[in-house]
Design a protein around this ligand. Sequence first.
Ligand SMILES: NC(=O)c1ccc[n+]([C@@H]2O[C@H](COP(=O)([O-])OP(=O)(O)OC[C@H]3O[C@@H](n4cnc5c(N)ncnc54)[C@H](O)[C@@H]3O)[C@@H](O)[C@H]2O)c1
Length: 336
Amino acid sequence: MQESTIRIALVGTGFMGRMHAQVYRQIGGCAVHHVLSLKGQTAEELAGKLGAEVAPDFDSILANPDIDVVDICLPTDLHAPFSIRALQAGKHVLCEKPMAIDLESADQMLAARDASGKTLMIAQCIRFWPEYVRLREIVKDGRLGNLRSLQLTRFGAFPTWSSEGWIGMEPRSGGAALDMHIHDTDFVVDLLGEPDEVISRGSVDERGVSRVFTLMRCGRTTVQLEGGWDLPSSAPFRMSFRAVFDQGLVMFDGGPLTIYRDGQAPEPVTDLPRMSAGDVGGNLSDLGGYFFEIDYFLRCIREGKPVDASSPESSRQALAVALNEIGQVHHQGAHS
Ligand SMILES: NC(=O)c1ccc[n+]([C@@H]2O[C@H](COP(=O)([O-])OP(=O)(O)OC[C@H]3O[C@@H](n4cnc5c(N)ncnc54)[C@H](O)[C@@H]3O)[C@@H](O)[C@H]2O)c1
């Protein structure tokens, strides 16, 4: 039996919209039908590459019965209003992270999902990133014993590309902690559950929290996180982790994921799945977790299954922890 094509409207054609477009090009059984953006020119260029049409406005997407999925790659403060309208119009929704700018908006998204009976998934790409997926497997199957401590970092220069400069406005983006660092907060909350204790300090500038240092206690595991976008513009983006177990270390820091054990040679992990990028003007040659994330979302829709690997309830939980971190940094008043 031939599978029907899942038809997608891609809303937002900036950094992430182009990334998602690359992924759709590599996944079978789906097609981007419409593209919408504030900047008509970007939308036209991308639509041309995808063989899609440029939608005149969001209403036309909602009213189009041929569209199954609305993919929201918009500034963070627009995630909730656009997702809710799409769900109310009977569309499945993939929405970029962070879920929303505040918990009230996230709750409204969950309510709209429940009322519609459609699928809502927040695009928490790190949950699907091959190195982080392998770390989760090692934690869960206990092959190295208990996880004693976990350190995660994510930092780079301030992203300058955003439309209307929205990313530099804390009420729209939530600053570095909500935009960038939440990837690691989300990974920890998904892996270890809600932390028993969260202590955050950091720096604040005119764009909001620019760097956050957090210590979490999650059962018997101590977690240290660092994230920020306050590096010089020439500095590279970098994400890393170091997981110390009773019987070994799992490290990802600029090179291949590597396992270290007492008395043994380092073991680079060489069997991680990879998906190379297409040619629609994205930013990576390897699609990392983005491919596996969107592939998972589309498979759940096709098979009528819940998005258990990345439920919006768990994204809301991560948002709550990240907002707590931001609140602590502001409260401490470390203005630079
Ligand atoms: N998962 C990741 O690794 C990752 C990386 C970067 C950004 N993001 C997230 O993706 C989202 C988008 O970020 P970005 O970097 O792509 O931003 P961007 O500024 O590059 O792109 C935003 C897009 O939205 C469009 N837009 C803005 N307002 C609109 C409106 N009212 N109607 C229609 N289109 C509108 C703009 O024209 C632009 O195409 C953010 O929530 C961000 O946090 C995720």
